[in-house]
Design a protein around this ligand. Structure first.
Ligand SMILES: [Zn+2]
Ligand SMILES: [Zn+2]
Length: 117
């Protein structure tokens, strides 16, 4: 119950919970101070980082389990953070090309979006 302010926290405010993200492909890690302080995305900082990382490096960082869409007929494919855009990509690809597209996520069995004609 004594005052113990020198517990080892870096921050004088005791706020030392800036989340960090690791990417083994880049062999690097980042704290999300930029996302939190500059972009002000709050609790979506990890998501924001992941999307930016994908956009600029072509892959997601560690601990992100993307929705993966892959065409069964051509080399086209993409990875998304959430199901909705992944499904939309699959449906759009199927619609325009007539190709079946598989939709994969770690927690769920692979689904196939069949070309609708
Ligand atoms: Zn990376
Ligand atoms: Zn295709």
């Amino acid at each position: 119950m004594s005052d113990q302010f020198d517990g080892g926290n870096r921050s004088p405010d005791g706020i030392d919970d800036t989340p960090t993200v690791t990417c083994s492909r880049c062999d690097n890690d980042w704290d999300l101070a930029y996302e939190l302080d500059t972009l002000q995305v709050g609790n979506r900082a990890v998501e924001r980082f992941a999307l930016d990382h994908k956009q600029h490096t072509g892959h997601f960082p560690d601990d992100v389990q993307p929705w993966i869409v892959a065409c069964t007929r051509c080399p086209d494919g993409e990875e998304f953070l959430t199901e909705r855009p992944a499904r939309r990509w699959a449906e759009t690809h199927a619609r325009h090309t007539g190709h079946d597209v598989s939709l994969t996520h770690s927690d769920t069995p692979t689904k196939t979006i069949e070309a609708n004609r």
